[in-house]
Ligand binder design. Sequence first.
Ligand code: DI6
Ligand code: FE
Length: 405
Amino acid sequence: MSCLVHSGCTVATLATGGDPYGLIDDAAITAENGLITWVGEAARLPARYADWPRTDLGGALVTPALIDCHTHLVFGGDRAREFAMRLGGASYEEIARAGGGIASTVAATRAASDDELLRSALRRVDDLIADGVAVIEVKSGYGLTIADEMRMLRTARAIEAHRPVRICTTWLAAHALPPEYAGRADAYLDEIAIPGLAEAQSQELVDAVDAFCEGIGFSPAQTRRMFEAARAFGIPVKLHAEQLSDQKGAVLAAEFDALSADHLEYLAEADVPRLAEKGVVAVLLPGAFYALRETRLPPIEALRAHGVAMAVASDCNPGTSPMSSLRLAMNMACTQFRLTPTEALTGTTRHAAAALGLADEYGTVAPGKRADLAVWNADHPDMLSYWIGGNLLKGRIIGGLYHER
Ligand code: DI6
Ligand code: FE
């Protein structure tokens, strides 16, 4: 088992209290059996670590590994043609109602082999890893049969065998209605989404349950049925809420003690206290806002004023957020939503961990947390949100071991 000291670095611990980034200059971090055991100024390194093997990180910046807490990165095909249609004036909802949109990705996902699904997902995972990501949430929702939804989650889980990332899987069968259930949403829940959840749960494929609560998705009453099924299994919920219209999805999510409510462009300010009371994380997805050329902003100022934790994620998906860079999402969160760079980094570390129910394991550099860290060629953590693109990652520490990029 490894016992290692990493020194010669500046650490942004993202721990609470003091400087908002929790910066420590001339720092050292010790890791044992994959967990952080000590972090602080190298000059104060306890004597018991003096003889441990030491890596000098050459003055690099170290942060917690980044966490992408909302993706749909397992899917078949792409939607580049719809991009052109949208640029020509068609709206996302019009394309969806005309049988394109999610339905076209469902057809491509059903047609893809297991191997094709995995290989295309790994390309997107590699992009995220190049941005310092070590934890990724992946949703189903493009299969919409029990077998295909489970295949998506099995593919997502298989990523862990091929890449050094932790995958969290989310059952999103209530994402869209497949053509065979057109006009019969409740029958779809009774025959596919709810019994499929039971089956996927029995195979330990589900970490959380999500739904698309929207005019073109599922109603609040139908979302409630999905949440009740999740509750019966003791599975935590999260929700695509208030992305295109105010359905009071966030209020429903809070009622069910959701881990997170995601998107939130149409969230009413009056509903923000519900999230605060229940500690529901607001997951901001500026890639979808950008790609849909949305103009309505989430109520950032109210979320901030009520102390709602804000996470930032890529929403990587072929329709509304064709993007596999979490740093770009951080930049967009600052530029479009006016988050501070500190909020953006907190949103892809500490608050993203909370949005996945992993706050005890990930999200800060602190004793007891996983020694999964990102090592950057950057002088200051603001750089991670400020600089658009580029390869800022110098290396990664995974399970306490350093790997140069
Ligand atoms: N909201 C989104 O932005 C994605 N899913 C959802 O419920 C879009 C999925 C897609 O268009 O393929
Ligand atoms: Fe999404």
